[in-house]
Design a protein around this ligand. Structure first.
Ligand code: ADP
Length: 397
């Protein structure tokens, strides 16, 4: 990679597209941006340079954009802001790689066709992940594109961690636990040994707490269990997703309450979690600022479920050497970290109240000097993980 050679990273979700440009062999962030509220509300775009200074903003009050129009705008924007940078590859975040893709993969027509077959496993996300791949393929067929999968990091989990207790004929059809947020956990696993070499071999539970939230047990940097399963609705309560649910509830909703598949899906994915319990907001900041008892109940439920999941993941690891917080809530909510650590005292977790309240930027230890289990904050950076994978695939080619 020459200093001006750059990798574009695209993270396309159901209503947003995020992009970043990393340059040179050190993969320095050059600029990043996002386009939000596709399809509903007011579509907004904003971009910042490496120092966080705004380099572009726009909104579309008349009518929201769709993915295609959003991508076209982003490509135009990127082209006019390249300033001598040459795009040598594009890396994509792809939610599902099934059982076949256990690592990053160069994307060509054949791989794309194989990934399209996985759409039923992630119908809300995978089509949006694949659309920009096709758009770039059409516009710049010579630029190599790599796919990085959220499931890949979890593929080496023990068989018991991946299985549901369902008949083999169902399991064989791919109905098993996959786990998600793998790029975030892989990034955390890469940063911890830099912070403390002893963590390279440790039993670590990491919590990625954003709008989507999950936890992962890692032994020596490898995933051994995760809270998300067949889909990203399992595990912890999230912004609008319910998390783990007795499957009998789904049967009851259909049978007794007369809900159809679409209504159940909407309930579990968009109307539950922090939003559903509080009836106020899916946003942790809003709930923390509210005096409403329902806001407190929603936060308390999330804290409780994180604690239960922590115990379960520590059991899967056979011990706990470190606890890590990441994601928008994990990196910023002093109160939530304090509550989780208070409940985890039985595991040997003791917070340094001041270090926690300081809300550190960057990788930082926030536990008391005498805490048997150190507690770390590691800012999420899935984009950099994708850029690293893209670069290493490019160098292998
Ligand atoms: P996504 O999963 O969409 O990438 P983020 O990782 O950005 O989401 O996390 C968004 C969540 O982080 C929201 O619930 C938001 O309220 C929460 N959050 C961000 N900043 C703070 C803060 N200072 N205090 C508490 N929660 C915060």
């Amino acid at each position: 990679m020459a200093p001006n050679d750059s990798i574009v990273v695209i993270n396309a979700g159901s209503s947003s597209i995020k992009f970043s440009l990393f340059s040179g062999a050190a993969l320095a962030l050059t600029f990043k941006g996002k386009i939000e509220n596709l399809y509903s509300g007011v579509t907004r775009f904003s971009a910042q340079d490496a120092q966080g200074q705004s380099i572009g903003e726009r909104s579309w009050p008349a009518a929201p954009l769709d993915h295609e129009a959003g991508m076209r705008f982003l490509i135009d924007f990127a082209q006019t802001h390249l300033e001598g940078h040459r795009v040598v590859a594009v890396g994509h975040r792809i939610v599902h790689g099934g059982v076949a893709y256990s690592g990053p993969q160069r994307l060509d027509a054949k791989v794309l066709a194989a990934l399209e077959k996985l759409i039923p496993l992630a119908p809300l996300h995978l089509p949006h992940n694949l659309a920009p791949v096709r758009a770039v393929m059409a516009m710049a067929p010579d630029v190599p594109q790599m796919g990085c999968f959220d499931t890949a990091f979890h593929i080496g989990q023990p068989a018991e961690a991946q299985a549901f207790a369902l008949p083999a004929r169902i399991t064989e059809q791919g109905v098993r636990r996959y786990g998600f947020h793998g790029l975030s956990y892989e990034y955390i696993a890469s940063r911890l040994p830099e912070a403390d070499p002893a963590l390279a071999h440790a039993k670590v539970v990491a919590a990625h707490l954003g709008n989507g939230a999950s936890m992962c047990a890692m032994a020596a940097g490898r995933s051994v269990a995760s809270s998300m399963g067949f889909t990203a609705v399992d595990g912890l309560p999230m912004g609008t997703r319910c998390g783990a649910l007795d499957p009998g509830v789904v049967l009851y909703l259909i049978d007794e309450l007369g809900m159809d598949v679409g209504a159940v899906q909407k309930l579990l994915y968009q109307e539950s979690g922090l939003l559903g319990v509080s009836g106020i907001s899916s946003d942790m900041r809003t709930l923390e600022q509210s005096d409403d008892p329902r806001a407190r109940a929603a936060i308390a439920l999330m804290v409780y479920r994180i604690g239960r999941e922590l115990g379960s993941l520590a059991a899967a690891l056979g011990g706990l050497d470190a606890l890590v917080f990441s994601g928008g809530i994990g990196e910023n909510s002093v109160a939530l970290r304090a509550a989780v650590c208070r409940d985890a005292a039985w595991l040997g977790v003791e917070l340094d109240v001041e270090a926690n309240a300081a809300n550190p930027r960057g990788v930082a230890r926030i536990s008391a000097a005498g805490s048997r289990v150190p507690v770390w904050v590691v800012p999420a950076n899935e984009e950099l993980m994708i850029a690293r994978h893209t670069l290493s695939l490019l160098e292998k080619a």
